[in-house]
Design a protein around this ligand. Structure first.
Ligand SMILES: [Mg+2]
Length: 213
C-alpha cells in the first residue's frame, strides 16, 4: 500500500446521501417558487463549492438564508442516508494496516456528526474537517498540521472539486463514480485513478505494493 494517510470525502464517497440532499434542495427551491429538479438535472448542475451552485439557481440569495430550510428538509426526507457498500470494509482495512484516515467534507458539521455516529464510523478518523466550503483552501493546512507526507497521501472523493483539491495539495486524487459527479466529468479532471465503487478501491489497496510505514 503506497499511502500512509488517506483523506476521505463523505457524501457520495462513504455514504449515499443524494436522495435527502435532492429532497432538501427541492424544498429550498420551492421556498423561492422554483420547480423541483430531477435527480439527473441535480447531478448535472450541482457542484462544489456549493455557494456557486446556489448563486446559479438562486442568484442573490444568501446561503445563510436557505440553510435552515435545507437542514430541516434533509432530516425530514422520506429516503434517508445509507452507507455505501464496502465503506466499513475499507476503513477497517486502513485501521488494520495503520493507515491514518481523515475526513474533508463540505457537509454541515452537525449533520455529519449525526451520520458518522449513527453508522459507528467516527472512531476510524484521526480528525474530521466538516463544513469546509472550499476544500482547496484547507488542504495545505491539513497536510501541514498533521505532518502528512505528500507523496504518500491521497484524497478519495466523488466530485471534480475533490480532484482539484487533491491537485492543489500536491497529493494523489482517487475519484469514485458512486456519487454526485457523473463519470464523464470526473474523467475530464484527470485524477490519479478512477474507481467504479469502493470495492475496487479496496482491491487496489490490497494488491498495490506494500511500502513500509
Ligand atoms: Mg462528495
Amino acid at each position: 500500500m503506497k499511502y500512509h494517510s488517506l483523506l476521505f470525502d463523505w457524501s457520495g464517497t462513504l455514504v449515499d446521501d443524494l436522495p435527502p440532499t435532492l429532497y432538501a434542495t427541492n424544498a429550498v427551491l420551492a421556498d423561492y417558487g422554483l420547480p423541483a429538479m430531477s435527480r439527473e438535472e441535480f447531478r448535472e448542475r450541482f457542484r462544489l463549492p456549493y455557494p456557486d451552485f446556489y448563486e446559479e439557481v438562486l442568484p442573490g440569495v444568501a446561503i445563510a438564508e436557505l440553510e435552515g430550510t435545507f437542514r430541516r428538509a434533509f432530516r425530514q426526507s422520506p429516503v434517508g442516508v445509507t452507507l455505501l457498500p464496502h465503506a466499513r470494509e475499507i476503513l477497517e482495512w486502513c485501521r488494520a494496516e495503520g493507515v491514518r484516515c481523515f475526513v474533508l467534507s463540505s457537509m454541515d458539521e452537525g449533520i455529519f456528526m449525526e451520520q458518522a455516529q449513527a453508522f459507528g464510523l467516527l472512531t476510524y478518523f484521526e480528525k474530521v474537517y466538516a463544513g469546509v466550503i472550499d476544500k482547496r483552501e484547507r488542504i495545505g493546512e491539513l497536510l501541514k498540521v498533521h505532518q502528512l507526507k505528500v507523496p504518500m497521501t491521497a484524497f478519495l472523493g466523488d466530485m471534480a472539486h475533490d480532484v482539484a483539491t487533491a491537485k492543489h495539495g500536491g497529493i494523489d486524487s482517487l475519484a469514485l463514480s458512486t456519487g454526485y459527479d457523473p463519470l464523464e466529468r470526473l474523467v475530464k479532471t484527470e485524477p490519479t485513478q478512477i474507481f467504479a465503487h469502493l470495492g475496487e478501491v479496496c482491491e487496489y489497496f490490497q494488491r498495490s505494493e506494500r511500502v513500509a510505514l
